[in-house]
Design a protein around this ligand. Sequence first.
Ligand code: FES
Length: 120
Amino acid sequence: MREIAKLDDIPREGLRFTYKDGPFDEQGILLRLPSGAVRAYKNECRHLPMPLDDREPGELWDPERRFLVCGSHGAIYRPENGLCTAGPCRGSHLRALPIVVGGDSVYLDTTKIGGFFDPA
Ligand code: FES
């Protein structure tokens, strides 16, 4: 287990972090939802293997901040479960990352991603 962040340090727009999955450097998105639930996804669209914010770095959300949006072709994802509800990959899910909340911190379970974690 590697700590990603303290719960109180997760900004409203989410926190990006990097991790290694085997030999690959990957980027994750850590979200704290209005309900208090925490989610983490690989920052990769399910239409094409590109970061959601490839065209506009740092912009992951629709204007109302209700949905994650891929800036390339407009796929829309629910932040609570990663389901794509509109766009070219409708019905697919963002890849959820294995996290554990313990105390006031969020941890990445590195035993389940085949690699190890390096903080951004
Ligand atoms: S790469 Fe995300 S919608 Fe096409």
